[in-house]
Design a binder for this molecule. Structure first.
Ligand SMILES: [Zn+2]
Length: 449
């Protein structure tokens, strides 16, 4: 019997999570000024950046002044790597002796970026994740299984520590293979889990086909926290996962260079709360750089981690695209909500045949048709001067008989939701690539030949 005391509040931090926005702004400006001053004094990289922009920490007095601070892009971080002090370079604000954590970005878009953290920063990571897990209903009665390869990527590391901080019992499913992980979940009657959407769907397939286990009936996982891909915020993918596992599936968003900055709560109101207490999150017009405060207008997410000290993240251009929700969340948190989660990557949202296309819209269509398998791939190429877009899919074996009406339905839905016509390629079941980490389903070959 567990005898730990249960927290009564529905919020991890009842004061900060319900603070009125004006109060929150005051706190954010105070913390923002502090982190800019810290970086200016301790990091050669930041001092040079700010001096070139003619900016001194004292120049930031109001919320509007924040936009004067130059943004930092991932490519700039790559530029400082491997310089002194090795291997992090001159954005490091603390002596090397104080660094206790090494992680690196997964480098799907190029050379990885190294990320140093002090022990204090690492505790901050765990605190950020505690907001997430507590809001998603994790309590000290939970036994949490992590089917995750513990390695140089931050992924669910901080989720592991946060679950411990909440008093959950944590089972590290590190080097086990998928079947062994499923059997361990069954054996221990684990109640919660964290993984990428692709892996969660793949695990359910493996359980059914290889082990004869139906996760929804035979396993006790009742909540799942997702990361790494937008799937948990795409309604049809979320529904597939929830049905396969008989569990609530929640999204969260974060990045190695930033931290875990947003999360869905148990109200599942169709968006992600931004953690306003630990991060300053702004949406910026892609063309003009104007800060977007009003709902319904998409912009680029620019984030500051207000309390992360070793290698500060100040006005980091995340390349994520999002919009504010106009409705407050019924959970009572005053942390603002990003509607529908991250709409896509600024790099992935592209024009095809003159139409603006977000790859998440294709996923929403494919996953909403039950007779199609979970895997798909999109390839954009050029035929002469014209864009050409191909969607590769798999049909479930039991639905092969209705291939023609199925493809007609798919084409209709795609045209309706994305305003584009596609070449559809049907691939044999189980032949498209399966992904354990981040799926790369959208391939734009126009730029790279
Ligand atoms: Zn909420």
């Amino acid at each position: 019997m567990k005898s730990k005391v249960q927290k009564a509040s529905p919020y991890w931090n009842p004061i900060l999570e319900t603070l009125p926005l004006e109060e929150m702004r005051k706190l954010q400006i105070k913390k923002f000024r502090r982190i800019v001053k810290w970086a200016y004094e301790k990091s050669r990289f930041h001092r040079k950046l700010y001096q070139e922009a003619g900016l001194k920490p004292g120049d930031i007095r109001s919320y509007d002044d924040i936009a004067k601070v130059p943004k930092v892009e991932k490519a700039m971080m790559r530029g400082i790597q491997r310089k002194d002090p090795f291997p992090y370079g001159d954005a490091l604000c603390v002596p090397l002796e104080e660094v206790t954590e090494f992680r690196q970005t997964s480098g799907t878009t190029g050379v990885p970026v190294y990320q140093p953290d002090t022990w204090q920063d690492w505790e901050w990571w765990a605190e950020a994740w505690s907001y997430i897990l507590y809001a998603q209903g994790y309590r000290n009665t939970d036994r949490v299984f992590l089917p995750f390869g513990y390695n140089i990527f931050v992924a669910f590391w901080a989720g592991h520590y946060a679950a411990e901080k909440l008093g959950c019992e944590v089972v590290p499913g590190g080097v086990l293979d998928t079947e062994a992980r499923i059997l361990k979940i069954q054996e221990l009657r684990a109640t919660a889990m964290m993984a990428t959407p692709t892996y969660i769907l793949g695990m359910a397939d493996t359980a059914k086909k290889k082990l004869g286990i139906d996760p929804a009936k035979d396993l006790t996982i009742r909540k799942i926290t997702c990361a790494g891909e937008p799937g948990a915020s795409i309604p049809s993918t979320k529904q597939r996962m929830e049905e396969a596992w008989g569990a609530k599936v929640y999204d969260h968003v974060g990045a190695t260079e930033i931290g875990a900055w947003g999360y869905e709560c148990t109200a599942q109101s169709g968006g992600l709360h931004v953690n306003e207490a630990l991060f300053l999150t702004q949406l910026e017009d892609v063309e003009t750089g104007e800060i977007i405060e009003e709902p319904g207008r998409r912009g680029k997410v620019v984030i500051t981690a207000l309390d992360r000290m070793a290698q500060p993240c100040i006005r980091f251009d995340s390349k994520d695209v999002a919009e504010w929700s106009k409705d407050p969340c019924p959970c009572g948190r005053t942390f603002r909500v990003i509607k529908g989660g991250i709409a896509g990557r600024a790099d992935d949202i592209t024009k095809v045949k003159g139409v603006v296309l977000a790859p998440t819209a294709i996923e929403e269509v494919v996953r909403s048709i039950p007779d199609l398998a979970n895997e798909f791939e999109v390839v954009v190429t050029k035929k002469g001067d014209l864009d050409d877009i191909t969607l590769k899919i798999e049909i479930l074996p039991q639905a092969e008989g209705k291939r023609d009406p199925l493809l007609a339905q798919l084409k209709d839905q795609l045209r309706l939701k994305t305003n584009l016509g596609y070449n559809i390629e049907v691939h044999p079941y189980n032949s498209l690539p399966r992904y354990e980490v981040k799926a790369k389903r959208f391939k734009d070959l126009r730029k790279h030949g």
